[in-house]
Design a protein around this ligand. Structure first.
Ligand code: PGA
Length: 253
């Protein structure tokens, strides 16, 4: 099964200004990426300016989050329809959003449904906490997140070939921003588990790209690129460094 490879830089609440975001995005033009799709996820406030700066380039643009409702009284939020023509897709379910905004599996599913209905691609994040891993609950947590999250995405919105529209990012919470990445073996085991659960949810897991995220760097990217079942990376801190992100994209190409 040949799956699309994808590397996306999640800038989170960085850099400090929209002007800096535009400069950082512009520097991504011309990044060599044979055999791998790559993109950036700038903060919402910078999306329009970044899209303008990257017009005509093949750098994909993702929002970091999207709301589940079409429109309405949701202060501070972004509707999926507002991203049309600006972003290719959106991340949903990032653990920092789950933590800070109270997203649960059902809400992440609703966000994914809204994004897909608007014609956007979705990067669906999931992963266990350190406590859950220590208690031996990793498999159960991943199974629940796939079943109650991805499995609850509206089937019509997902369409008949989800592989083009949906990517999953396995991001163990203990590895995010800690400098302590999972091992390639841990990532592969989790990815295998996720694919099995996708099958139980009636989705062809072998067709859907699964990325690894959590302290990916230029030094460990090649290891994840070789890891069984891992199709790319969601990169936080290292994606803000021009040469390092280029090297990570290169490792997957
Ligand atoms: P990190 O973040 O690479 O800084 O660990 C990854 C993510 O949160 O997507």
């Amino acid at each position: 099964m040949t799956r699309t490879r994808l590397v996306v830089g999640n800038w989170k609440m960085n850099p400090a200004t929209v002007d800096e975001a535009v400069a950082l995005a512009s520097a991504r033009r011309g990044t060599p990426h044979a055999g791998v799709e790559f993109g950036i996820a700038p903060p919402a406030i910078a999306l329009v300016a970044v899209a303008e700066a990257l017009r005509g380039s093949d750098v994909m643009i993702f929002a970091q989050d999207v709301h589940w409702a079409e429109k309405g009284a949701y202060t501070g939020q972004t509707a999926a329809s507002m991203l049309r023509g600006i972003a290719h897709g959106s991340i949903v379910g990032h653990s920092e959003v789950r933590r800070d905004q109270g997203d649960d599996d059902a809400r992440v599913a609703a966000k994914a449904t809204a994004a897909l209905r608007a014609g956007l691609r979705v990067i669906f994040c999931l992963g266990e906490s350190l406590d859950q891993r220590k208690r031996g609950e990793t498999d159960a947590v991943l199974a629940r997140q796939v079943r109650d999250g991805i499995g609850a995405i509206d089937r019509a919105a997902l369409g008949t070939s989800p592989a083009r529209r949906l990517a999953i990012a396995y991001e163990p919470i203990w590895a995010i921003g800690t400098g302590e990445a999972a091992t390639a073996a841990q990532a592969s085991a989790a990815v295998t588990r996720i694919r099995a659960e996708l099958g139980r949810a009636g989705i062809d897991g072998d067709a859907v790209p699964v990325l690894y995220g959590g302290s990916v760097t230029a030094d460990n990217a090649a290891e994840f690129a070789r890891a069984d079942g891992v199709d790319g990376a969601l990169v936080g801190g290292a994606s803000l460094k021009q040469e390092e992100f280029t090297a990570i994209v290169g490792a997957f190409s």
